[in-house]
Design a protein around this ligand. Structure first.
Ligand code: SF4
Ligand code: SF4
Length: 288
């Protein structure tokens, strides 16, 4: 499939936490994980055009035409009623952008950018689009200084990463849990492919950082710090680790009652990783 358009949830023109420097971040709609702790559950599925949210919109920004839900951005008040109505983990508020549309947006912010990052949802669900977009950036004389990054859950198979390796500069990969069973309970998927992705991207020098989300009593990261550190040390003793602290804002379902991670818990985990040799560790700049 040679897909040259994407379903986009949102575009953030400036971010300094999604890769090196100042970056334009494109959040693609759709994910292959079902994380209990997802902060943006409305990005998980593509809209099924069931129409259930149309009548709930208090500003008549939604309509139903030809079995499709139409969203009128000019009328929308961003009240999120539709998102809260949807039982399919989706939103009617998405954009269909072509590669050319995205290039136009990038050019608008170009003087301020060091690169672009594709995030989600799970960005790699729309792999053919990413491949085309990154290739177009690398081939454009005015854009090819921008670095192209992906923020991913790491579930993409190696053959998928191979399609990107000549056009992607780096990736941030989330390792949600060490134990496979705990990972399955948290995300609905196993983590064997995630670990393989970390090894593979490091081997081709495309792993920018590994991310851990510390969820007290619900991930096994602290208990398995030794195994995690040994796994990563074997790959690269200088590997960059980013630890994020769980908070329950925006979460639906059982995880909204889970305890946020404290500064002390995060620092204790970081100390455990350091004890086993890892040193390139970034801690959260704020705790909610
Ligand atoms: S956020 Fe959704 S419900 Fe609210 S105005 Fe916009 S389309 Fe309507
Ligand atoms: S956003 Fe959800 S409720 Fe609205 S049409 Fe799409 S699937 Fe149905």
């Amino acid at each position: 499939m040679n897909k040259s358009w994407a379903i986009v949830n949102k575009i953030l023109p400036f971010s300094c936490v999604d890769g090196p420097g100042n970056r334009l971040v494109i959040f693609l709609q759709g994910c292959n994980f079902r994380c209990l702790n997802c902060h943006n559950p409305y990005t998980i599925s593509l809209c099924k055009d069931c129409g259930d949210c149309v009548s709930t919109c208090p500003h008549q920004a939604l309509s139903f035409n030809n079995h499709r839900v139409i969203w009128q951005t000019s009328v929308c008040q961003q009240c999120d009623t539709c998102i809260n109505t949807c039982v399919h983990h989706s939103t009617p508020m998405t954009y269909k952008y072509s590669v050319e549309d995205i290039l136009k947006i990038i050019r608008k912010y170009l003087p301020f950018l060091n690169g672009i990052t594709l995030s989600g949802g799970e960005a790699t669900m729309q792999l053919p689009f990413i491949e085309k977009l990154f290739r177009a950036i690398k081939q454009a004389n005015d854009l090819n200084h921008l670095t192209c990054f992906i923020d991913s859950n790491g579930y993409l198979h190696q053959t998928g990463w191979q399609k990107l390796e000549n056009v992607m500069d780096g990736a941030m990969i989330d390792l949600k849990a060490w134990d496979n069973q705990i990972n399955k309970e948290l995300t609905g998927r196993d983590n064997l492919r995630v670990k393989k992705t970390i090894e593979y991207l490091a081997s081709i020098n495309k792993l920018y950082e590994v991310r851990f989300l510390l969820i007290p009593n619900h991930t096994d990261l602290q208990v398995n710090a030794k195994y995690i550190a040994c796994f990563l040390m074997k790959i690269d003793s200088n590997i960059k680790i980013r630890i994020n602290a769980f908070h329950n804002r925006g979460i639906r379902g059982i995880a909204q009652n889970w305890e946020p991670a404290t500064k002390q818990q995060v620092e204790q985990f970081a100390a455990q990783l350091r004890q086993y040799g890892l040193h390139n560790i970034v801690l959260p700049s704020l705790y909610l």
